[in-house]
Design a protein around this ligand. Structure first.
Ligand code: USQ
Length: 385
């Protein structure tokens, strides 16, 4: 298949592009490299050195003889999107090209506006480009479990049957997003669903949980293929952050009580889920939603697991620090989201094990000298101060 990866320079986009390329698909990357600019602006960097995108594509080509054409362009520039759609004509479009951080979106007005403009308008440009140049292509869009928030009822996969005053209908599941970033994904979902309804486009919205991990089969082939692994307060996800904190001997930063429960998945399972979605496309006019995670944990559960794994590899007794929660979120709540649709397509989960945490800890330990200690503590409050 012809697979266009939007945001192919990122933590998930880069390994996704290699995964499809290694499996014989014709892959192209579209990226505006803006994550690198955001990193420079706020003074953070990925733990392992990430080469220029052009250089890592060359490394992949040299190793495999498999080409990955690169389009450096911005989804906000509709002409750039029209150009890639017209010249590559993808069968599937995997869309990661968004500002991915909730804390970044909560830093202030500029960052909130940037996040929503970049994400929502970028996706709108993409939908118009699909309508015009690739109406049969299947959009696989990375959404977030955070669209649902933590309601006091079971969370369904996208839709819920509601009986109301003697009538019933199947309607989008209610949304309770927890940041301007998560809101941007809600707005995207509505725009995509509408485009499927009125233009007959086909789309799968992957409501993904929190991803952890460093390596995939492809990135492991050469250190120059490593993905962008963050541990700072803005772009690092919680388990990756805890592993880095354990290596430098800092107490693990559990926000508040730590009863916040989320869906989690290994980076390699993100690739599996995206591949299953691409190989089993939505029908014309269909807007599907899959909840994409393999297990749920509370933040405190995760901290305890990292503590145990750290002790087992001789990192000593890592502490846990219940820091004041910078976010407005329930710290104790009901959480039971459905996640059967990807399993029905054949997902074989790589569950979180001590071995995996060990692997991450060892990899991080080798790069310990490069960890920027002053980027770790949370500094972005949600509340008015
Ligand atoms: N947390 C801590 N300590 C930390 C960092 C985070 O207790 O040092 C807590 C947060 O308060 C939150 C939970 O861990 O309750 C998850 O935080 P996170 O930063 O790992 O994840 P989040 O901000 O929710 O965003 C991440 C990705 C985002 C994706 C989302 C999926 O950055 O792109 O959409 O996970 S989900 O969380 O299911 O919405």
């Amino acid at each position: 298949m012809k697979v266009l990866v939007l945001g192919g320079d990122g933590y998930l986009g880069w390994p996704t592009a290699l995964h499809f390329s290694a499996r014989g698909h014709e892959v192209a990357i579209f990226d505006n490299l803006c994550k690198r600019q955001l990193e420079a602006r706020v003074g953070v960097q990925p733990l392992f050195p990430v080469q220029l995108l052009q250089q890592r594509v060359k490394t992949w080509v040299a190793l495999t003889r498999l080409d990955i054409p690169l389009f450096v362009g911005d989804l906000l520039n509709h002409r750039a999107v029209y150009h890639v759609m017209e010249s590559f004509v993808p069968d599937a479009i995997v869309h990661y090209a968004e500002q991915p951080s909730a804390p970044y979106s909560m830093r202030g007005r500029d960052e909130a506006v940037f996040t929503q403009h970049n994400n929502v308008v970028g996706t709108l440009n993409l939908l118009f480009a699909m309508k015009r140049f690739a109406p049969a292509a299947h959009l696989v869009k990375l959404g977030t479990m955070g669209e649902y928030g933590t309601p006091n009822i079971d969370i369904e996969e996208g839709f819920i049957e509601i009986a109301h005053k003697g009538r019933s209908d199947v309607l989008p599941f209610p949304k309770l997003p927890g940041s301007f970033y998560h809101l941007s994904k809600v707005h995207d979902s509505h725009n995509i669903m509408f485009s499927c309804r009125v233009w007959g486009l086909r789309a799968t919205d992957l409501n993904q949980g929190v991803v952890y991990g460093i390596d995939t089969d492809e990135t492991r082939r050469d250190p120059r293929l490593v993905t962008s692994f963050h541990y700072d307060e803005l772009f690092g996800t919680v388990l990756n952050r805890f592993c880095v904190q354990a290596v430098v001997g800092l107490p693990l930063t559990v926000y508040g009580e730590g009863g916040q429960t989320r869906g989690f998945l290994n980076l390699v399972d993100t690739l599996q889920c995206v591949e299953l979605s691409v190989l089993n496309p939505a029908a014309a006019g269909e807007f599907r939603v899959f909840n994409q995670f393999t297990e749920t944990f509370s933040v405190l559960d995760l901290a305890t697991k990292v503590q145990t794994a750290a002790a087992a590899i001789g990192l000593g007794n890592v502490g846990i620090q219940h820091v004041k929660n910078p976010r407005i979120e329930a710290e104790r709540h009901y959480y039971n989201p459905a996640h059967t649709k990807l399993a029905a397509l054949g997902l074989k989960p790589h569950l979180l094990s001590e071995v995996l945490i060990d692997d991450v800890l060892r990899r991080v330990k080798d790069a310990k000298q490069d960890i920027l200690l002053d980027t770790i503590q949370p500094r972005t409050p949600w509340r008015r101060e």
